[in-house]
Design a protein around this ligand. Structure first.
Ligand SMILES: Nc1ncnc2c1ncn2[C@@H]1O[C@H](COP(=O)(O)OP(=O)(O)OP(=O)(O)O)[C@@H](O)[C@H]1O
Ligand code: SF4
Ligand SMILES: [Mg+2]
Length: 360
């Protein structure tokens, strides 16, 4: 009698209905000097209502990622490959008109320089009111009253008076609050904030971050928070992705700060100053980000990676590792944790999340 054979099947991943799902995104700039591969095979998933941190050194592709999601890549750049699903809709297939509606109503972005986003010839009140008229169909008078309410909510002092100010008459912190008031008026499902507080002093920075957190919590708005500042990420975010040279190298729940696994992330975290602790020389990551033109087919961090030499890993300069899940909710792109034909991963992560050396 023929015995029945059960072929093990890969278990389907538990379906999480992500608001944003970026798959294999490549955004290149076709310059006279050559092709700059600013974003080069990026996968990113953002859940509904979560604050998602995107971190990495200057030039690693954070802003280009954000502009790609909004389909606002300037020439000579263009998205050359990949898919972006927003609320299950393939947004790279939308017409320009449909995309403009999406940007206006459901995705909005706060830039580092809020004054650049405000129109210098209109008062701040009228700019917020206009959004309310357009997106919530309010009449002029109600929109104005509601705009003052929103300016009050974002703690602009004397909102009725301030509403009549022009952008050049307010401070950077106030301009950023106006941008958040505009985001409240739009009530988007996804808010992308690109270094929203870099230009502000520490106290104002904390207040603006609180407003973003409240907005997300009260309205279940998903937020992509782009920042250099890992301290801000640890405070604000549910999940974090670390970018390096156009790709994600590590992605995890924010608790991973206690056990970063990628050598680049470890270097970034080791460079965070600890409040109250006087450290004259913080460890920094040696070397520079590689040239995004003519990127070799190898781990992009290889030239700077001490772990590669410590563990004598030849594969790092031969083949690029995948971003692989090595623990629930934790993915890493590094040969330290993955094997390949004749390469044995030197480290494993146990069920308890502890990194162990593999004894061969
Ligand atoms: N218009 C452009 N033309 C050519 N290259 C560009 C253009 N815009 C961006 N790039 C390149 O794309 C890469 C990624 O840039 P991006 O602005 O996304 O970096 P970033 O991570 O946001 O850095 P920062 O933290 O400094 O804001 C950089 O190498 C940059 O030089
Ligand atoms: S793959 Fe190799 S070079 Fe790259 S980060 Fe891991 S150990 Fe370092
Ligand atoms: Mg940027």
């Amino acid at each position: 009698m023929a015995s029945s054979i059960t072929i093990p099947q890969d278990k389907p991943e538990k379906a999480v209905n992500h608001l944003l799902d970026v798959q294999g995104l490549k955004t290149y700039f076709f310059t006279d000097e050559g092709i700059v591969k600013a974003v080069d095979g990026l996968d990113l998933k953002v859940r509904r209502g979560e604050i998602f941190g995107l971190v990495g050194e200057s030039g690693c592709g954070k802003t280009v990622t954000a502009l790609s999601i909004l389909r606002l890549i300037p020439k000579p750049g263009r998205i050359v490959e990949g898919e972006i699903f927003f609320d299950n809709q393939a947004i790279l297939k939308l017409s320009d008109r449909e995309m403009r509606q999406l940007r206006g109503n459901r995705i909005s972005m706060i830039f580092q320089e809020p004054l650049m986003s405000l129109n210098p010839v209109f008062t701040i009140g009228s700019q917020v009111a206009e959004v309310l008229q357009l997106h919530q169909g309010l009449d002029k008078e109600t929109a104005w009253e509601q705009a003052i309410n929103l300016l009050d909510q974002v703690e602009i002092p004397d909102p009725s008076d301030k509403a009549r100010s022009y952008p050049h008459e307010i401070s950077g912190g106030q301009a950023q609050r106006v941008m958040i008031a505009t985001a409240l008026a739009l009530d988007p499902q996804l808010l992308i904030t690109d270094e929203p507080t870099t230009a502000l002093d520490v106290t104002i920075q904390a207040q603006i971050l609180d407003l973003i957190r409240e907005l997300s919590r009260d309205r279940n708005t998903s937020v992509i928070l782009i920042t250099h500042d890992l301290g801000v990420v640890a405070e604000m975010c549910h999940r974090v992705a670390v970018m390096y040279a156009g790709r994600i190298v590590e992605e995890a729940d924010v608790g991973f700060f206690d056990r970063p696994m990628h050598p680049y992330t470890q270097g970034l975290i080791a460079s965070i100053p600890i409040p109250g602790e006087v450290k004259n020389r913080l460890p920094t990551i040696q070397g520079n980000v590689p040239d995004l033109m003519g990127m070799p087919d190898q781990c992009r961090f290889a030239e700077r990676c001490e772990a590669r030499t410590d563990y004598n890993l030849n594969i790092c300069t031969e083949i690029e590792p995948d971003l692989r899940q090595i623990h629930p909710n934790h993915a890493v792109r590094c040969w330290l944790f993955q094997s390949h034909e004749d390469h044995q991963a030197p480290l494993i992560v146990t069920e308890a999340g502890v990194i162990k050396r593999v004894v061969s």
